[in-house]
Design a protein around this ligand. Structure first.
Ligand SMILES: [Zn+2]
Ligand SMILES: [Zn+2]
Length: 386
């Protein structure tokens, strides 16, 4: 499969560079979807467009079993600093997370599988907006799921490029592979006044200081040391000038977890921390915004990826994964059907380019590897070799 994938490497690179030059932000992937539809149609796919707004479903084969393969298509609000001939043509927008490569590799899968007789169905999920939610805080995966993207799916697989792993290696691991995330938004209410007479005020900074300590103690004093998670403050705003104590302070932050039970506990501990505002004579408002669930890699999907990866690359090139509480909305898919995401090594040797950075880039020799592993996983799953 890798040999066949290498024979279409030129196409993969051309598609990836085309997407890279024309990056689009979450839920605005109109040009990208059009290109995806055009290419997928040319290989004989059945298409459903406008799924989860700008998402696309493409299918090959028919009947069951059904395996879904997913690529995200959105870019980031970042000005590219690379000097390459495929540099982003859209000011302030850049494919700095590798989703251009994901989309190209999934089109590669279409090309590879269009030549095969499929004993079942392969559904290619081209997903919008992995990085951000819409005005209601909902990202691309749950939007596509609400539009039926996961109907009848028996297994779901995805990959993410990894700029710290060499080309020719992949990483995959059973169990929690990314953190669940929720956001929280708070206002701490006090009573403002002259900074020289703090005793006549209810100082929201003083209250905030206690709340901050309580928030940062959740993961050392309140949650078991065996339960991974994070509470972080992301913004803290209040006040106007040096000699006025303001009425209020605004605070926002994130929380991460891998288990629903721990999520419940973190929520109630955050409420307890903000209750300090009342103890100290002030008040507070607090609301949570539900984000993506943790991504759980299912052992069956992981075994399939390991076996296929081992056959294609050699077992010594199938590595474990470092634990990470970063969020990935693929968790919404793998909540519905057994699934797994693996990391594909795309490191540029001697010149590592990390994601979400204006200098991000990948070694494009990884593209045929990603397509070959995804295509082979689909074939083996449909042939019942799980
Ligand atoms: Zn990203
Ligand atoms: Zn990403």
């Amino acid at each position: 499969m890798l040999d066949i994938a290498r024979s279409i490497e030129e196409n993969l690179v051309a598609w990836r560079r085309d997407f890279h030059m024309h990056p689009e932000l979450g839920f605005h992937e109109t040009r990208t979807s059009e290109r995806v539809i055009e290419i997928a149609k040319s290989f004989g796919c059945r298409i459903r467009a406008g799924v989860g707004r700008t998402g696309v479903l493409a299918e090959l084969g028919k009947g069951s079993p059904l395996i879904a393969l997913r690529a995200d298509m959105d870019a980031l609000p970042l000005q590219e600093a690379n000097q390459v001939n495929y540099v982003s043509q859209n000011t302030g927008v850049m494919h700095a997370c590798g989703h251009d490569g994901h989309t190209a590799m999934l089109l590669g899968v279409v090309a590879l599988l269009s030549k095969e007789i499929l004993p079942g169905t392969v559904r290619l999920i081209f997903q919008p907006s992995e990085e951000v939610g819409d005005l209601e805080g909902v990202s691309g995966a749950p939007r596509m799921i609400a539009d039926g993207a996961m109907q009848g799916v028996d297994m779901v697989i995805a990959l993410h490029v990894d700029s710290s792993t060499p080309v020719g290696d992949i990483r995959v691991e059973s169990g929690p592979a990314s953190g669940g995330v929720d956001s929280w938004f708070a206002t701490i209410e006090g009573k403002g006044g002259h900074a020289a007479k703090p005793h006549e005020t209810v100082d929201p900074f003083y209250i905030s200081a206690h709340i901050i300590m309580a928030l940062y103690s959740i993961f050392s004093r309140r949650v078991s040391a065996f339960d991974p998670g994070v509470v972080s403050i992301g913004s803290l705003n209040g006040g106007f000038t040096q000699n006025v104590i303001p009425d209020r302070v605004e605070m926002t932050g994130t929380l991460r977890y891998t288990e629903a039970r721990v999520r419940e506990q973190i929520h109630s501990e955050i409420v307890r921390a903000f209750e300090l505002a009342r103890t100290l004579g002030g008040d507070y408002e607090l609301r949570f915004e539900t984000g993506t669930p943790p991504m759980q890699n299912h052992p069956e999907a992981v075994n399939l990826i390991r076996r296929v990866g081992g056959n294609i690359l050699g077992n010594e090139h199938v590595l474990g994964m470092e634990k990470d509480l970063g969020a990935e909305d693929f968790g919404c898919f793998s909540e519905i059907a057994p699934g797994a995401m693996f990391l594909l090594g795309t490191r540029i040797e001697g010149d590592e380019r990390v994601g979400h950075n204006p200098y991000f880039d990948i070694d494009e020799r990884a593209l045929p590897i990603g397509s070959a592993i995804m295509a082979e996983c689909a074939l083996q799953f449909l042939r019942g070799k799980v």
